[in-house]
Design a protein around this ligand. Structure first.
Ligand SMILES: [Zn+2]
Length: 862
C-alpha cells in the first residue's frame, strides 16, 4: 500500500507489548485454486457469491477453518474421493473465522469446497465496498491486510497462495476490472458475465475487483498493455499516469532482470479510497489525488507525486506480489523495499526533480520519529487484524527504506541489484522472510549485509555516533541509542546498551570508504582530508555528534565540499544536538544563516522547517515570535528578491524555491509577500490556470492564513465545484488554514457535515489541531462537537486525529488530551495517544531548556 499523503502525523508505534492471542488458521488445509463468481447489486449495496476452493488436506479431518467476516453462508459442501457432504457452518466473529464441520471426516488429499453466500458492499472502505461519485455507485475492493475475507471466504493469510479464476456478473452498461485480462464476455439479459484469465499463484490480499462505468487511457511498455482508468468525468486526467507507468515498467524489467509478471497492468482511480494506493497484482488502485493530474497545468510536485506513487505500487508487482513476505511481521520487506525502490525510476525519468535530496530530507524526518522513546523495531510481532493494521507506519515504510538505502550505498548499487535479482528469482510466486533477503544480499556482495540488516531490523531506535577530536590517522568513536529528548534519554540510562553493525562512510577523495563499526568504543580512519565528515552520501541511518573543533573545521567546507544530501544530514544532526541540550538553539539558526543561499530547495526547506519548530515550540512570547520573524525576513527576503518573478526560463528548482520562500516570508509576516499572495490568489480563483502551478499552493496558503470569510467562501466553492481532484483537495486543506476562530469552527463543522468524504475530513481535523496558530480553538470545538467529528473517522483516520494533538506544548494540555481520549476512546489509536503525549512533554522540556538561549541569540541578532 502507499501511505496517505500528509501522513507525517502517523504515530511510529510502541513495541507490541499487548498479549496477542493468535488468530492464525490451522495449517491442515492448504488452498490451491479458487473459482469465484460474484454478482454485486450496486443499488442495494449487497452481493452474492458462488465459490469453489480446491485444497489439499494434510490428514483426514472433520473440520476445515477459514476466514470470513460479514458473510452470510447459504450452503457449504465438500467433494472428496467421489463423495459429497454438506457442512455445518460455525462462525467465530471475534476471530473472523468460519469452521465447516462434516459428519464423516474428509480424507487426506484433494478436497473441493463449494460455497454459496452473500455479503454487503460496506461503507468502510475495506473489503468489497461501495464508492460513490456524484452520479452513481461503484463496487470496489481494498483487501490488504485482512479484508479479502469480507468478499469471499478464504484462507486469508499471505503465505496461503493460490491461483484464482474470477467472474463478475455486472449490469449491461458496466464493466469490471480484475487482476488478469478478460477472456470471455457473455451477455445475459440486463447483465453480462465477465470471466478473467487464471491468475498466477498469489496471496488473497492482492485480489481485486472493480465494478462500474470506468473508462481508461491505454498505452504499453515492453509489450505489456497498460491502462489508467477513472470515472468517466475524469478521463482527461489519466494520460500522465500511463506515461509514468510506461517508463517505470521498462525500468523495472531491466533493473530486476525479471519481466513484469502479469499479462497486463491496469491502474484505477477510485472516488473513495482510504490509503494512497494499493498494489493489487495487475490491478493497482489509487486515491484520485495520487493518480489523476492535468499534465498541462499541474505543478512539478503534483506530477512527481503521481510518478512516485505509480513507481511504488509497480515495484510491489515484483516485490510483494510476485514474492511476498511470509507473514505481516515482515511487512517492511514489502513496504520498505517499495519505498526505497520508487525513487530510482523517478530519479531516472526526471533528474531535475532532485529525488536524492528529497530522500535525504525524508531520512532526516524519519530519524527524528525513530528517536522518540515510543518507537518499535522494524520487524515486530503482529497477529490480530488491529496489530497488523498498526504495522503500516513510518517505521515499516521510511525506516525500512532508509536501511536499504544505507546498505546499497555500502555494498554498491551493482552488487546490491544482483542480490535483489537472486532473491526474487529464488522465491518467484512464493513467500520469503527477511533472512532470505539479506542472505541473498550477503551471498551476492560478499559483504556482511546480514549483520548490518539484522542489527537495524532487530534493534529499535537510532544510533548516535559521538566522535572524538583525534590527532593522527584515527578518530575515536562511541555509539549508543539516541533519544530526541533528554527526559527519555535519562529514563533509559540503565538499559542494556544497544549495539549496531553500522557502515560508517567517511568522506574522502576520490571515493568514500565505509568501514563497519560494530563496537563501542571504536576507531575509524580519518581519511586524508583537512576535515572529517562521517556520513558520505548522507544516507547513513545514524546521527553524528562532532566535537567543537572538528565541527568548526567541517563548517568551513559545508557549501564547498559537501553534497546537498550531506548538508541536509548535517543540518539534521545539528538540530538533534539542540533537541538534547548539547547545543544552544542559536547554533541551528547560525547554520541556517550560513546556508541561506544554498541552491538546493531541500537544504533550505530542512533549515526552515527547523526554524518553524523553533518558532512553534521554543518561542513562547509574542516578543520572541516577532523578533524571530523579523530575523527570518531579513535573512530570506534578499534570497527571494534574487529569484525575481516567474519566467519561462525557470528550472523546476527555481520555481519550487520561489514558492518555498514566499511561504516562509508570508508566515513571517512580510507585508509585501502577503500582498502578492493575495493578488495571485485572486487571479487563481478567477482562472485556476492563470498562475504558475508551483505557486498555487504557497500563495493560496499564505492568503488563507491571512484571509477572511469572503476568501473562505470562495475556496469552499472551489472544493464543491472543481472537477480536478488536486484543486479540490487543496481547497479543502486551505479551509483549515484560516486563523480567525469563527472560521476555524466553520472549517471543522464543514468537514464533519457529511459534505466531505470520510477519507478527506481528516485533512481539516488534523491540520487545525496540528497547527499552534489554530489548535486551541480547534481542540475546543472538536471536543464540544465530538460525536459529529467521530462519525467521520475511518479506522486509519482516528489515529491521525489523536496524533495531531501532539502540537500542544503544556502539561495542562497533555492532561486535557489524555482525559478527553480516556473518556472518548478512539479505536486503534492507543499508540498515537502515547506518542502525542510524549511529543507534548518533549516540547515542554525543550522550551524550558532553550527559551533563554533563544532570547540571548535574538538579542544579538536584532
Ligand atoms: Zn506499498
Amino acid at each position: 500500500m502507499h501511505r496517505l499523503r500528509n501522513a507525517c502525523l502517523i504515530a511510529a508505534t510502541l513495541a507490541c507489548a499487548l498479549t496477542a492471542y493468535s488468530q492464525r488458521l490451522p495449517k491442515n488445509a492448504i488452498p490451491e485454486h479458487y473459482t469465484l463468481s460474484l454478482t454485486p447489486d450496486l443499488k442495494a449495496a449487497t452481493f452474492t457469491g458462488v465459490e469453489s476452493i480446491a485444497l489439499q488436506l494434510a490428514e483426514p479431518s472433520a473440520t476445515i477453518t477459514l476466514n470470513a467476516a460479514e458473510i452470510t453462508f447459504k450452503s457449504v459442501t465438500a467433494e472428496a474421493a467421489g463423495q459429497t457432504q454438506t457442512a455445518k457452518v460455525t462462525l467465530n466473529d471475534a476471530d473472523q473465522q468460519a469452521t465447516f464441520t462434516f459428519d464423516k471426516p474428509l480424507p487426506a488429499g484433494a478436497v473441493t469446497l463449494h460455497v454459496d453466500y452473500s455479503g454487503i458492499l460496506n461503507g468502510q472502505l475495506r473489503g468489497f465496498y461501495l464508492s460513490k461519485s456524484d452520479k452513481r455507485n461503484y463496487a470496489v475492493t481494498q483487501f490488504e491486510p485482512t479484508d479479502a475475507r469480507r468478499a469471499f471466504p478464504s484462507f486469508d493469510e499471505p503465505a496461503m497462495k493460490a491461483t484464482f479464476d474470477v467472474s463478475l456478473v455486472v449490469d449491461k452498461n458496466d464493466t469490471a476490472i480484475s487482476n488478469t485480462n478478460i477472456v470471455s464476455d457473455t451477455p445475459d439479459g440486463d447483465k453480462h458475465t465477465l470471466h478473467f484469465a487464471t491468475t498466477p499463484k498469489m496471496s488473497t490480499y492482492l485480489v481485486a475487483f472493480l465494478v462500474g462505468d470506468f473508462v481508461c487511457t491505454s498505452g504499453s511498455s515492453d509489450g505489456v498493455p497498460i491502462r489508467a482508468c477513472a470515472t468517466p468525468d475524469k478521463l482527461t486526467l489519466t494520460p500522465y499516469a500511463v506515461k509514468a507507468a510506461e517508463f517505470v515498467l521498462h525500468y523495472y524489467d531491466d533493473y530486476f532482470g525479471i519481466k513484469y509478471p502479469m499479462p497486463k497492468l491496469d491502474m484505477i482511480a477510485i472516488p473513495d479510497f482510504e490509503a494512497g494506493a494499493m498494489e493489487n497484482f495487475g490491478a493497482i488502485t489509487y486515491r484520485e489525488t495520487d493518480f489523476l493530474v492535468d499534465e498541462a497545468h499541474a505543478s512539478d510536485e503534483a506530477k512527481e507525486r503521481v510518478a512516485q506513487v505509480v513507481a511504488h505500487e509497480m515495484a510491489h508487482q515484483w516485490f510483494g506480489d510476485m514474492v511476498t513476505m511470509q507473514w505481516w511481521n515482515n511487512l517492511w520487506l514489502n513496504e520498505g523495499f517499495a519505498t526505497w525502490m520508487e525513487n530510482k525510476p523517478v530519479a531516472a525519468w526526471h533528474p531535475e526533480w532532485n529525488v536524492p535530496e528529497q530522500v535525504a530530507s525524508t531520512l532526516n524526518g524519519t530519524l527524528n520519529i525513530d528517536a522518540a522513546a515510543v518507537t518499535r523495531t522494524i520487524r515486530a510481532e503482529a497477529n490480530t487484524p488491529d496489530e497488523i493494521n498498526e504495522m503500516f507506519d513510518g517505521i515499516t515504510y521510511q525506516k525500512g527504506g532508509a536501511v536499504l538505502d544505507m546498505v546499497e550505498n555500502y555494498v554498491g548499487p551493482g552488487d546490491f541489484r544482483k542480490g535483489v535479482h537472486n532473491y526474487l528469482e529464488a522465491h518467484m510466486f512464493g513467500n520469503a522472510t527477511a533472512e532470505d533477503f539479506w542472505n541473498a544480499e550477503t551471498a551476492a556482495t560478499h559483504k556482511p549485509v546480514d549483520k548490518v540488516m539484522e542489527s537495524f531490523v532487530g534493534e529499535p531506535g537510532v544510533p548516535v555516533l559521538t566522535f572524538e577530536d583525534g590527532s593522527g590517522l584515527h578518530v575515536g568513536v562511541t555509539q549508543k541509542r539516541f533519544f530526541l529528548s533528554p527526559v527519555a534519554a535519562k529514563a533509559h540510562e540503565g538499559d542494556k546498551p544497544q549495539l549496531w553493525t553500522i557502515p560508517v562512510c567517511i568522506k574522502a577523495e576520490p571515493t568514500a570508504a565505509c568501514p563497519l563499526l560494530s563496537t563501542s568504543p571504536g576507531e575509524l580512519a580519518q581519511g586524508s582530508q583537512d576535515y572529517f565528515f562521517a556520513n558520505a552520501g548522507g544516507v547513513g541511518y545514524y546521527r553524528s555528534a562532532y566535537p567543537e573543533g572538528m565541527y568548526a573545521k567541517l563548517l568551513l567546507h559545508v557549501e564547498k565540499d559537501l553534497t546537498p544530501e550531506e548538508r541536509i544530514s548535517l543540518i539534521g544532526d545539528e538540530w538533534a544536538q539542540i533537541r538534547v541540550d548539547k547545543q544552544p538553539v542559536g547554533a541551528s539558526l547560525d547554520l541556517a544563516a550560513a546556508t541561506k543561499s544554498d541552491p538546493s530547495v531541500e537544504v533550505i526547506s530542512t533549515s526552515v522547517s527547523e526554524i518553524g519548530a523553533i518558532y512553534e515550540r521554543i518561542a513562547a512570547t509574542q516578543q520572541e515570535k516577532d523578533e524571530l520573524s523579523a530575523w527570518i525576513r531579513a535573512t530570506y527576503k534578499p534570497e527571494f528578491e534574487k529569484l525575481g518573478m516567474p519566467a519561462a526560463t525557470d528550472t523546476p528548482d527555481t520555481r519550487e524555491m520561489r514558492g518555498l520562500l514566499m511561504e516562509v516570508l508570508g508566515d513571517a509576516g512580510d507585508a509585501q509577500v502577503i500582498a502578492i499572495a493575495r493578488h495571485l490568489t485572486e487571479l487563481y480563483l478567477a482562472d485556476p490556470n492563470s498562475i504558475s502551478p508551483s505557486l498555487v499552493e504557497p500563495v493560496t496558503r499564505v492568503a488563507a492564513a491571512n484571509g477572511d470569510a469572503q476568501l473562505f467562501d470562495q475556496l469552499q466553492k472551489v472544493f464543491e465545484t472543481s472537477n480536478d481532484p488536486t484543486h479540490k483537495e487543496e481547497a479543502l486543506g486551505l479551509l483549515a488554514v484560516f486563523k480567525q476562530p469563527a472560521l476555524i469552527d466553520r472549517a471543522i463543522d464543514y468537514a464533519a457535515s457529511g459534505k466531505v468524504r470520510n477519507q478527506d475530513s481528516i485533512f481539516v481535523f488534523a491540520r487545525t489541531l496540528g497547527n499552534p496558530d489554530t489548535h486551541d480553538e480547534a481542540w475546543k470545538y472538536i471536543q464540544a462537537n465530538w460525536p459529529k467529528v467521530q462519525a467521520q473517522l475511518t479506522e486509519m483516520m482516528g489515529g491521525y486525529l489523536v496524533g495531531s494533538t501532539g502540537s500542544f506544548c503544556s502539561a495542562e494540555k497533555a492532561q486535557e488530551v489524555e482525559t478527553f481520549f480516556t473518556a472518548h476512546p478512539v479505536h486503534a489509536a492507543e499508540r498515537a495517544l502515547a506518542r502525542a503525549k510524549s511529543q507534548i512533554s518533549d516540547c515542554v522540556q525543550l522550551r524550558s531548556a532553550q527559551e533563554a538561549n533563544l532570547d540571548s541569540w535574538l538579542a544579538k541578532h536584532k
